[in-house]
Design a protein around this ligand. Structure first.
Ligand code: GYE
Length: 359
């Protein structure tokens, strides 16, 4: 009995113990949940405020620019912790200055400026400095008397991009035993860093190699304007070897104009040189219509974000950040690009490359 009694006691004890454990666990869960609720509400109250960014974009003149705007908008979304005020200046500096003044008035945390041209920014950037708003320059550069008017710059080495294109042109001339090249030049927006650098490289190579620039006019980095310019060139010059376009939109305009005039581009035709390597540009490289396309990657939203994070943590940042570029061709007939001692191998455009290109 005692055994039975003890057994029953023990059994009761076990039941009681299990019950206690259960209660403890259940209580724990309730407590934990209560805590969670408390924590959640506490967290909500403490939520980090959004970082506000005023972004002044050049415009929407090219596929490159569209890609760049998408990169900025997707990086600085509300979901990712930002309040982005995005202003498109339609290629007008006055509109950019107005936008920056608006950002200052709204007392944003950061101003990001993609300047249409290099000069004319001193006054408005002084105003931003006075308001203690850090300014990040994106893509093209600014020329200001006092470098402390902006925090940093992110973009490509446009002069080097031009040199890469010219190295390809030199090798093309050599392989085809051409003593000179008759070049028509469609420039980008005059005074923009991308135009200045790419033009400088061409003019230097022209001098060095004894090439012949038949004419230089701006195509404003747009397809429509470049189409017009190319039509004019074709009426004036019968012996064009090459068109040096300063972006893919210009190249597309030039190709259309040449084909509409009943002439050929590519092998046995006029050679098209281009920059950016957008999806459309790369497709034309693959088709053999653009001879060489030097990449300029517009997808640098994340790079700017990294800089902003460093600034948030009060870390020092560099004064400039360069974004690397590839060189795209249809085949490897010219496989290595050389500038002084530096070398790059070209990338042959494949279906996969075109397909994966988002801008
Ligand atoms: O090449 C062109 C755009 O500044 C790098 O501007 C940028 C240039 C780019 O309109 O397509």
């Amino acid at each position: 009995m005692s055994e039975t009694g003890n057994g029953r006691k023990n059994w009761t004890r076990v039941v009681a113990a299990v019950g206690l454990v259960f209660l403890a666990v259940a209580g724990g869960i309730v407590l934990a949940n209560a805590n969670k609720v408390i924590n959640k509400t506490e967290k909500k109250d403490e939520e980090t405020p959004l970082i506000s960014i005023g972004f002044s974009q050049v415009g929407a003149e090219s596929e490159w620019r569209t890609g760049n705007s998408i990169s900025i908008k997707t990086t600085f979304s509300q979901k990712r912790g930002y309040d982005l005020i995005f202003k498109d200046a339609q290629q007008q500096q006055e509109q950019q200055i107005k936008a920056i003044r608006g950002f200052i008035q709204q007392d944003v945390n950061y101003i990001v400026l993609a300047p249409v041209v290099e000069t004319g920014w001193d006054t408005v950037l002084k105003e931003a400095k006075k308001a203690k708003i850090p300014v990040i320059i994106a893509d093209r550069q600014v020329k200001v008397k006092d470098d402390s008017l902006y925090t940093t710059w992110v973009g490509a080495d446009f002069y080097q991009e031009g040199q890469k294109a010219c190295s390809w042109m030199e090798q093309y001339a050599e392989r085809n035993k051409k003593k000179t090249l008759n070049i028509v030049h469609i420039m980008g927006t005059e005074g923009a860093t991308a135009q200045i650098g790419r033009t400088k490289a061409l003019e230097e190579a022209t001098k060095k190699n004894g090439w012949n620039i038949l004419e230089q006019q701006t195509g404003a980095f747009t397809q429509a304007k470049s189409h017009e310019v190319m039509e004019e060139y074709l009426k004036k010059y019968k012996d064009i070897d090459m068109v040096y376009c300063e972006n893919d939109s210009e190249a597309l305009g030039a190709i259309n104009a040449i084909e509409q005039a009943g002439k050929k581009v590519g092998t046995d035709g006029i050679q098209i040189i281009s920059f950016d390597a957008t999806r459309e540009g790369l497709a034309e490289v693959q088709n053999g219509k653009i001879a060489v396309d030097v990449e300029c990657n517009p997808d640098f939203g994340k790079k700017i974000e990294k800089i902003i994070k460093q600034l948030e943590y009060k870390r020092d940042v560099n004064k400039e950040y360069y974004i690397g570029d590839k060189i795209y061709t249809q085949n490897k007939s010219i496989s290595t690009i050389e500038i002084e001692k530096a070398k790059w191998s070209v990338t042959v455009v494949t279906d996969k490359i075109v397909k994966e290109r988002v801008y």
